[in-house]
Design a protein around this ligand. Structure first.
Ligand code: SF4
Length: 362
């Protein structure tokens, strides 16, 4: 398998594909890589500088920390301030700026109990260790992470744990793509679809991209060869005027996705409207607890509401997440906003576009 993976980085094969892309390209092409991991992969592999200048890549709304709404950040900071609460969170969220310059990291320094965990299961262990505290796990992420969080909630129910809760901020990718493509200001010729999300949802939920919007859309992996092959497929589709959804990442993504993971997710969560940073409220794009599982909903238990707060002053993450603006065009980029002193989440997250541009494109 290691040898096979190495082939996906093979310089000669990549060179061949680049030559074919240059030969077949029939005009300017703006593609959006929906997923933050693709943004990083394009920079890390050097493809950013090797692609023909007519090909522009735009970042999309596929970085889970970046799309977490200002109101959600304010809500989990409010939860962190409660005496009987221990927040369990992935490390990426620690430095995401909230209103008035606050963050979980600053809250921790001021005495709030906040633990960095590596999985939702670690948060369960915290609940067992601190039976008199309310453990609130911050559930961010797309269809990729939601099934694991749902499975953790089911385990909590089986174990009768009554001090484990989840602030579910999960988001669903296809409705966000639908909202993006309906925005007349978003100019995208093609999409690179997220490999990880697709392992769960498969190919079917994306079909509308081709049938309703006529946008070539390729589910692709994260190696240079994957991305180049996807671009060649896009160019070929455009030439024949036959936009379709193609699963280029078939070594990891089954066309049917992972039905078992979706089943667990749907047992615990119901689809709901959700607030996205930069994109506002998108119908049917989030997950909320349903049925008996509502007792694990941190929002309900702690009485904390998510408000539709305005963007952080000066931060253009919203425009970056819609592909309307390159990070380097933000007036604060690399000046007031750096990874050491981030103004917005797109500079915080390892999958954030601003962090990627800062690291690789300065
Ligand atoms: Fe926001 Fe900083 Fe990115 Fe500008 S550079 S959009 S302030 S995160």
């Amino acid at each position: 398998p290691t040898d096979t993976l190495a082939r996906f980085k093979d310089p000669a094969l990549c060179g061949n594909l680049l030559d074919r892309i240059r030969a077949e390209l029939d005009g300017p092409l703006a593609f959006m890589e929906v997923c933050g991991t693709h943004t990083m992969a394009i920079f890390q592999s050097g493809l950013h500088s090797l692609l023909p200048p007519e090909i522009r890549h735009l970042s999309g709304p596929g970085c889970p920390v970046c799309v977490t709404h200002e109101g959600e950040v304010a809500a989990f900071l409010e939860m962190a301030g409660k005496d009987d609460v221990i927040i369990a969170t992935f490390g990426d969220l620690m430095r995401v700026p909230g209103p008035r310059g606050t963050s979980l990291k600053l809250a921790q320094a001021e005495g709030c109990r906040i633990e960095v965990v590596y999985s939702a299961f670690d948060a369960l262990a915290l609940a067992q260790k601190h039976p008199t505290a309310k453990i609130v796990f911050l559930g961010v992420g797309f269809e990729t992470t939601a099934p694991t969080v749902a499975a953790t909630v089911k385990i909590a129910a089986e174990q009768g744990l009554n001090n484990f809760f989840v602030f579910a901020m999960h988001k669903l990718v296809p409705p966000a793509l639908s909202a993006l493509l309906q925005d007349p200001d978003v100019k995208v010729d093609a999409l690179l679809l997220p490999g990880h999300v697709s392992t769960i949802i498969g190919t079917e939920p994306y079909q509308f991209l081709a049938t309703d919007h006529g946008v070539p859309s390729i589910i692709t992996g994260f190696e240079p060869l994957d991305i180049l092959q996807a671009l060649l497929l896009i160019i070929e589709q455009r030439k024949t005027n036959q936009p379709t959804v193609v699963n280029q990442y078939s070594r990891a993504v089954a066309d049917a996705g992972n039905p078992q993971a979706r089943k667990i997710m749907s047992e615990v969560f119901a689809v709901s409207d959700a607030l996205w940073r930069g994109l506002g409220t998108i119908p049917h794009s989030g997950l909320t607890f349903h049925g008996d599982y509502r007792r694990y909903d941190a929002r309900e238990v702690l009485g904390v509401e998510v408000q539709d707060l305005p963007p952080l002053p000066g931060c253009r993450c919203g425009d970056v997440l819609k592909g309307k603006m390159k990070p380097s065009a933000c007036p604060l980029f690399s000046k007031a906003c750096t990874p050491a002193s981030p103004v917005g989440p797109c500079m915080v997250s390892t999958e954030g576009s601003c962090a990627a541009y800062y690291k690789y494109a300065l």
